[in-house]
Design a binder for this molecule. Structure first.
Ligand code: IMP
Length: 424
């Protein structure tokens, strides 16, 4: 499995792409169209994917939307149409019958709730992700399989809207949602999606029994996990390794490599604590040099130095076996590169993630400064070809993170990697 080790946007698409040709299935197991993966194909084409797993761009690889994902069928169909128009074959795309649907009331609620939260807002992507997962856990969600029977769809929607329309009208002063309009709209989607709906957990386990390789592709990242992230400034699902099992129906004993994607510095979109965030021209430098603008929302990403407390935490929470360190080239040209090795919380040193939200809000980074490198590293393909200071930076990150760094990204192109250990 592949998982973001920080707050998302670590460059997971690139790692998936590197494995591409040798993987039979690529599975999204959580999240929804809050995600954005950028993949650049061999012919130099750039694709921004939101719901469809990046395996769709690799011939012979079956893309799967697992049961743990929340699917907005309108967005999915638009994304499918856009890919088909560019000549991508989508006939093999599989969508779990058990995945939950994002309904119109989820989208409206996501936005109005954020507005009501005011300064305490999460900074969500506004796609209805949180409300859809909320209904899933409250056992009033509507699933992909429900699309297959219009009567069931209507019954479930009636039940959900009985409460949601009251909330929309009486609490948030919005219009009630018309059941028949939604049934008509979603029935149309059903017809288009029908050929793709499948029992994906059965198919994936059968593939594993045949000895095939399944790649579980996480979206968002460890610190956005609803259990292990910087709650409440998190997404509403479990991107971490445990979530990959529940979100795909594959048992934990079947996972043999857990690959963390780690950016050579740190970024975050939305609100919430971020100890190494830079508010000065250095932060601006990382944002501009690294092209740090969200794929999904177009929002500027907050930028800061590498945080080893977070990396160590991600190694533990996920049981990382390997790291793919991305965007090392963005740091080329600096005189010095600071690494946050611990936090100072009200005068007390913390080498590990503080226990409480308040402590994390008070955390200030304790930096160790490494000498920088001026050389252009984008053409390096072997570890020995990297400047000595870049090698030392990587070795230090590895030591502090607690898992080996197996691949280093030195540029945006799919071949711009230094591979130390194969990822399969
Ligand atoms: P939600 O997932 O839309 O509910 O947003 C919750 C938080 O997760 C917000 O801070 C978002 O900015 C953040 N978030 C959601 N998806 C991504 C992603 O793919 N990359 C980075 N941040 C994300």
């Amino acid at each position: 499995m592949i998982i973001g080790a920080q707050w998302g946007d670590e460059g997971k698409g690139k790692a998936t792409d590197l494995l591409g040709g040798r993987v039979h299935y690529v599975v999204r197991y959580q999240g929804g169209n809050n995600a954005g993966h950028t993949v650049i194909t061999p012919d130099g084409q750039r694709y921004a994917l939101h719901l469809i797993p990046s395996g769709v761009l690799t011939p012979g690889c079956t893309p799967v939307i697992g049961n743990g994902v929340v699917v907005d069928p309108k967005v999915l169909l638009e994304e499918m149409a856009g890919l088909i128009e560019r000549g991508v074959d989508l006939s093999t795309l599989l969508i779990s019958a058990d995945a939950h649907l994002i309904m119109p009331h989820h989208r409206v609620l996501d936005k109005v709730v954020e507005r009501y939260l005011g300064k305490a807002r999460i900074g969500t992507t506004g796609r209805g992700i949180g409300p859809a997962y909320g209904d899933k856990l409250a056992r009033m969600g509507i699933r992909v399989a429900d699309l297959l029977d219009e009567n069931i769809l209507r019954q479930k929607l009636e039940l959900a809207l009985r409460e949601k329309n009251q909330v929309l009208v009486k609490v948030y002063n919005r219009k009630a949602i018309d059941i028949e309009e939604v049934v008509a709209e979603y029935s149309e989607y059903a017809e288009k999606l029908r050929p793709h709906i499948a029992d994906t957990r059965l198919l994936l386990n059968q593939a594993l029994e045949r000895g095939e390789t399944v790649l579980l592709e996480g979206s968002q990242g460890t610190l956005l996990d609803v259990d292990h992230g910087t709650y409440p400034f998190v997404t509403s699902s479990n991107p971490t390794a445990g979530g990959a099992c529940s979100g795909s129906g594959i048992g934990p004993t079947k996972l043999n490599r857990i690959i963390g994607i780690l950016k050579a510095y740190t970024t975050r979109v939305g609100s919430g604590p971020f100890p190494t965030e830079l508010h000065d021209e250095m932060g601006e430098y990382l944002r501009t040099t690294g092209g740090e603008v969200g794929v999904t929302t177009g929002r500027d990403r907050r930028c800061g130095w590498f945080d080893a407390v977070i990396a160590r935490y991600a190694t533990r929470v996920n049981g990382m076996t390997d790291y793919f360190l991305t965007k090392l080239d963005v740091l080329s040209g600096l005189d010095e590169v600071p690494i946050c090795v611990a936090y100072d919380v009200d005068g007390v040193r913390h080498d590990d993630m503080p226990m409480t939200q308040t402590e994390l809000h008070h955390a200030t980074p304790i930096y160790e400064t490494m000498p920088g490198w001026k050389e252009d590293i984008t053409a390096c393909r072997g570890f020995d070809e990297l400047p000595a200071n870049a090698q030392a930076y990587i070795r230090r990150l590895e030591e502090l993170s607690g898992a080996r760094i197996s691949v280093i990204g030195v540029g945006p192109g799919r071949e711009q990697n230094v591979v130390i250990n194969d990822l399969i």
